[in-house]
Design a protein around this ligand. Structure first.
Ligand SMILES: O=P(O)(O)OC[C@@H](O)[C@@H](O)c1c[nH]c2ccccc12
Length: 267
């Protein structure tokens, strides 16, 4: 069983929801990423979404775009990110890590070379924003052969037949994007999300995660009522943006926010 599947199985047995923080690797400096990953786990994170910085992150809003820029200043590459995951795995063999980003850096490394190196490093899943399942005929089998769960996004506008195609191609979990637009938006309609998740349930047994617009304990708890996992990104990156030169403070603030979400989810 994959580390992601095992994680959801354990949580479901405990009646708990997964808390999935997103950070951009190398933001604001590569030296913070591994310690930050460990601190997030201590604060209650169950799975880590690690963003691979890219020059043109078209699904991202201004907050995460700037995170990509800060990381790229220090030449954070896919190769260096795999080394970060490997370093994280030295002392953590249980928390799944999902690499999240765009196809271009993976294409440059080469699909086979990437899949192999990611598996060796201890990556568990890959979410490639601009690789829809229909276009993944070549890549997805390679991911699966190397034990990498392909994670896909479902949007509010995704029609039923695509939901079905996604459900067939996906493993690990499926990521429902709560609203139209880019990351970092701030209004999320929980009733609408609940309705869509119910619809998705007709196509899949996989865990359903929800992201976009979850920014504090209250929104995390509301979404946790209807989803198996909540993803939080921009609200954490804002803590990086606030004090980019003070790494202990970044770690403290991100951990504090996650801990408050953990408490609210478990209440
Ligand atoms: O930032 P938000 O609104 O908290 O949403 C999570 C999101 O940032 C994270 O999962 C993510 C970062 N980059 C993305 C690109 C596409 C979809 C999702 C993402």
């Amino acid at each position: 069983m994959s580390r992601i599947a095992a994680c959801f199985q354990t949580l479901q047995a405990q009646g708990k929801k997964a808390l999935i923080p997103y950070i951009t690797a190398g933001d604001p400096h590569p030296s913070i990423t591994v310690p930050l990953m460990h601190s997030m786990v201590e604060a209650g994170a169950n799975i880590i979404e690690l963003g691979v910085p890219f020059s043109d992150p078209m699904a991202d809003g201004p907050t995460i775009q700037l995170a990509h820029e800060r990381a790229l200043v220090h030449n954070t590459s896919l190769t260096s990110i795999l080394a970060m995951v490997q370093a994280f795995r030295q002392t953590n063999q249980t928390t799944p890590v999902v690499l999240m980003g765009y196809l271009n850096p993976i294409e440059i490394m080469g699909y086979e070379a990437f899949a192999q190196a990611a598996q060796v490093a201890g990556v568990d899943g890959v979410l490639t924003v601009d690789l829809p399942p229909e276009e993944g005929k070549q890549v997805l089998p390679l991911f699966k052969a190397h034990g990498l769960d392909p994670i896909f996004l479902v949007a509010p506008t995704t029609p039923a037949h695509r939901m079905q195609a996604i459900a067939e191609a996906a493993s690990g979990f499926i990521y429902y994007v709560s609203l139209k637009g880019v990351t970092g938006a701030n209004t999320l309609d929980t009733a609408q999300v609940a309705e869509r998740l119910k619809q998705m349930r007709e196509y899949t047994q996989l865990a359903l995660g929800v992201g976009f617009g979850i920014k504090d304990a209250a929104t995390a708890a509301a979404v946790g009522q209807v989803a198996d996992a909540v993803v939080v990104g921009s609200a954490l990156i804002k803590q990086v943006e606030a004090t980019p030169d003070d790494h202990p403070r970044i770690i403290k603030n991100i951990s504090g926010l996650l801990a408050s979400m953990r408490t609210a989810l478990d209440a």
